[in-house]
Structures are given as structure tokens and as C-alpha cells.
Design a protein around this ligand. Sequence first.
Ligand SMILES: [Zn+2]
Length: 145
Amino acid sequence: MSNERFTIRVEGLFESAHYIRNYLDDGSDEPLHGHSWKVEAFVSSTSINNTTGFAVDFYSVKKELDDICNYLDHVNLNDIDPFTTINPSTENIAKWIYHKLQDRLVKKKIKGHIEKIIVWEGPRNYAIYEKSTQYEEKRKKHEEF
Ligand SMILES: [Zn+2]
């Protein structure tokens, strides 16, 4: 087991509208509005490819993330799968991108483990999605102090 890890970060952007269903006090929907969304994908590996010197290939990961962001670009997120049935909250978008990107990395045999996905809803607010095992380990470590 390697005791080192390399993590790369790739960034994707999309512009789209959304609203949160059943958000207001009277049970009605939030008004439709738009955001400039930013996605950060952190992908790691514990070893380097001897030929390229890469732990994770930026270009390959970026291409997959761009495809995913293109799907989300210039739409009302509430109108596209899976957000026709689940609310397109920043958290749900981050989770969906994580799983989409993971599927694509596996299918295309792109080496790398997704550490976390951060989705920025505009310049100030973001949500992080990471798998609960990683989260639990970090939380336990934190609680030891
Ligand atoms: Zn919003």
C-alpha cells in the first residue's frame, strides 16, 4: 500500500437556471432564476505512470467533466433528468456529477479516484460531495482532538 497520493483538480463551468420545489413557507416553489455554476473535481491516484509522469491525466478527466457540464449548460435544470424528479439543489447537482464522472472514468478506463466534487452556486456559495466513508474517516480524525 502506497503512502503517497497525488490529487489533481479540474474545473468545469456551466450557466443554467433552476428552482427548488416546495421551498417557500406556503409549500410553493422558489422562483426560477439562473446561476453561473463552477464545478471542481478532485481526482487522485497513489501512483505515477512511468511513461507520462502523470498520476491522473488532466486532459482525459477534463474532457469527461466538460461533457457533463455541457449537458447542464443553458437549460432549466428542473427540465432535465434526473432533476425532473429530484430538486436541483447544489448538493444534489454535486452528487449527480460525482456519480456521472465516476461512471465515465470506469467505462473509459481513466485512472483516478474521485476525492470530492465541489459545485459553486455563484461566486460565494458551494456544496461539497464526497463519499461517506471518506467523510466518516475525516470526521473521526477530527473528533480525536
Ligand atoms: Zn439558485
